[in-house]
Design a protein around this ligand. Structure first.
Ligand SMILES: NC(=O)c1ccc[n+]([C@@H]2O[C@H](COP(=O)([O-])OP(=O)(O)OC[C@H]3O[C@@H](n4cnc5c(N)ncnc54)[C@H](OP(=O)(O)O)[C@@H]3O)[C@@H](O)[C@H]2O)c1
Length: 306
């Protein structure tokens, strides 16, 4: 347990900072349920795959390519179908949509977990800054393409981050989506994670009057492969102070599993969670005008891809 964990109790849901993915799904029978999960090949995604499968769900386990998806499933012995989905490649995402539809399974949940963080210098996919494209636009295409496959009580879970607070002033830099005028690795990561949060807010609004839900979450700070783009100095500093506040991977996957699978998770829509409980986001993370604008701008970007 991290030092911070010693001071953390449970919240209103009965779970908290120290809860693990297995604990929040204890006694939950997911037999007959199907979840699509992105980023199953590493870190929090692999633990989410393992625990939802352990509880009886069938996973449509998406990774950057088929080999990675197959390997993740084999490593765990998960009850899952591998899906290739490179979020930076719209054709690959469309292939994933087609593959999911071809299974004929209604989706009880879509878990948008894959992500890339703090790329050192500006990169672009299809003219859009790489983190915004991979973390947000790729997921926007995927979820939009599968809304018709979502079960009547289906849940969309967006793995955002507390780093959404690092987004630029105003939230989304609509005037420079390609990051040609300015670039900061963390600012652009923060923007992409704010986009995940705003997407959940807007989708949740669109789900009002149905039993479908969309929520976003901060999983905590966890040692995974996410830090691959960080400088050696930042990685060394993290290793030094990590024991103070870093969660374990089972703890890191808990909020995702709570929102995706716990029966009480159905009672939340358009929310932001941290430590398995509702949490307060930044002011721009609650700005529904911005959320709607981002949705419309994302539609425009996607329309321009074809
Ligand atoms: N760890 C933390 O402290 C932390 C904190 C806040 C939020 N998060 C969020 O939690 C989520 C999971 O992160 P993690 O910590 O588990 O990191 P991770 O170990 O690096 O896993 C990220 C996953 O996303 C996949 N991915 C990256 N780019 C992709 C692309 N273009 N197409 C398809 N898949 C892609 C990776 O596949 P490859 O291995 O093939 O690249 C990997 O499977 C991310 O959304 C992250 O932003 C993590």
């Amino acid at each position: 347990m991290s030092l911070l964990g010693l001071f953390k109790g449970s919240g209103a849901t009965g779970f908290g900072y120290n809860s693990s993915a297995e604990e929040v799904t204890e006694g939950v029978d997911l037999s007959g349920k199907t979840y699509l999960l992105t980023g199953c090949s590493s870190g929090l995604g692999t633990e989410t795959l393992r625990v939802l499968s352990l509880r009886g769900a069938h996973l449509l386990a998406a990774a950057r390519n088929m080999e990675k998806a197959e390997q993740a499933i084999a490593d765990i012995g998960a009850n899952a179908t591998p899906i290739a989905c490179d979020l930076s490649d719209p054709a690959s995402v469309q292939g994933a949509i087609d593959a999911v539809k071809a299974t004929g399974r209604p989706l009880d949940g879509i878990i948008c977990n894959a992500g890339v963080m703090a790329i050192a210098s500006a990169q672009r996919f299809h003219g859009i800054e790489a983190q915004l494209f991979c973390n947000h636009i790729g997921h926007f295409i995927l979820v939009s393409g599968l809304l018709g496959s979502l079960a009547p009580q289906g849940r969309v879970v967006m793995v955002s981050s507390g780093a959404h607070n690092m987004a630029p002033a105003g939230g989304i830099d609509f005037d420079d989506l390609a990051a040609e005028k300015r670039y900061s690795p963390w600012g652009r990561y923060g923007q992409s994670k704010l986009a995940n949060l705003l997407f959940a807010r807007e989708l949740g609004r669109r789900f009002e009057g149905t039993k479908k839900t969309a929520n976003a979450l901060h999983p905590g700070v966890i040692h995974t492969n996410l830090g691959r783009h960080m400088s050696p100095a930042t990685r060394a500093a993290m290793a030094l102070v990590g024991p103070l506040f870093v969660k374990t991977i089972p703890q890191g996957a808990a909020t995702t599993c709570y929102l995706a699978a716990h029966p009480d998770g159905a009672g939340y829509n358009g929310e932001y969670f941290a430590d398995c409980n509702p949490a307060k986001s930044s002011p721009v993370g609650r700005d529904m005008t911005l959320a709607t604008r981002l949705w419309e701008e994302s539609q425009r970007i996607v329309a321009g891809l074809s």
